[in-house]
Each structure stands twice: as C-alpha cells, then as structure tokens.
Design a protein around this ligand. Structure first.
Ligand code: NAG
Length: 141
C-alpha cells in the first residue's frame, strides 16, 4: 500500500476507505441457540419486561458477548450463515436484536449451552428453521 500511496494520494485514500468499510461490514462469526418463554431479563433488568423490544426481537448474551454486563441493551444485526442441515438458514434474512439478559443465568434455558447469543423464538425463527437447536451466525453491533 505504501508504494501506491506514494504514486497517488487519491488511490491511497480509496484503498484505506475500502479496507475500513470491509472490516465494518463483515462483523463477527459465532453461533446462536434459542430459548423459550418465560422471558425474564434477570441479569440486565431484573423482572422489568418493559425493556423487551415490542418486535420480540431480543436475546441473551453468551459469555463471549456478555462483556461483564456492558452488553445489556446492545443492538446486534444477526444473520444465519450455516447449520448442520444445509436448508436451515433462511437466505438473505437479517434481524436486529437487543440484548436483554445473560444466557448463563437466564430463567429459561438455551436449546444449546455455550453459544455466542441465545435468541428469542421470534428472533431465531426469523432467520432460521426453529427445528435446529443452534446455527452459525454473523453478527455486528
Ligand atoms: C424445518 O425443518 C423441518 C425438519 O427438518 C421441516 O420439516 C420443515 O419443513 C422446515 N420448515 C421450514 C419453514 O423450512
């Protein structure tokens, strides 16, 4: 890149911005399970269910995403990228979810322990077939 930058500062700026854009748009890769009601946001909001988005698009943070509680209220764009059964992911479906609880201590237990994010039934079934207990996801804040 240094050589190109010496030739033309315009090209240099373009390459820099492209790299920046790519790193922002790719997001992180992890996996997601789902959990059933009752949804009680114990770790983030106690029993105050007014924090749930009316869309019911929410989830509980796995330990990797929990961030010592700082993840409460964070919004993520989530998309299903692969699963054990190839037809599980709904192509080109992304959802925006809000973190309302910690998966490790959620009242309702995840379909699979130890995933990055545990999604509400509404959220999971918007991006993948609910008959799968977990899927691989791409997510970004
Ligand atoms: C979900 O998967 C089940 C079992 O593999 C299948 O019978 C069902 O048709 C699928 N539903 C959708 C919406 O793809």
């Amino acid at each position: 890149m240094a050589i190109i930058c010496r030739l033309s500062s315009t090209v240099c700026l373009f390459l820099f911005l492209s790299a920046e854009f790519l790193s922002l748009s790719l997001g992180d890769v992890g996996n997601a399970a789902h959990y059933d009601p009752p949804y009680i946001p114990t770790a983030c909001y106690g029993s105050d269910v007014s924090q749930f988005p009316t869309s019911n698009m929410f989830g509980a943070a796995g330990e990797r995403a929990w961030d010592n509680g700082a993840s409460c209220g964070r919004q993520y764009l989530v998309r299903c990228i692969s699963a054990a059964l190839p037809t599980t992911c709904f192509p080109d479906k992304s959802i925006q979810i809000r973190i309302v609880d910690r998966a490790l201590t959620s009242v309702s237990r995840p379909s699979v322990p130890g995933t990055t994010i545990v999604l509400s039934i509404a959220a999971f079934s918007a991006i993948a077939n609910l008959s799968a207990s977990s899927v691989n996801i791409e997510f970004q804040q």
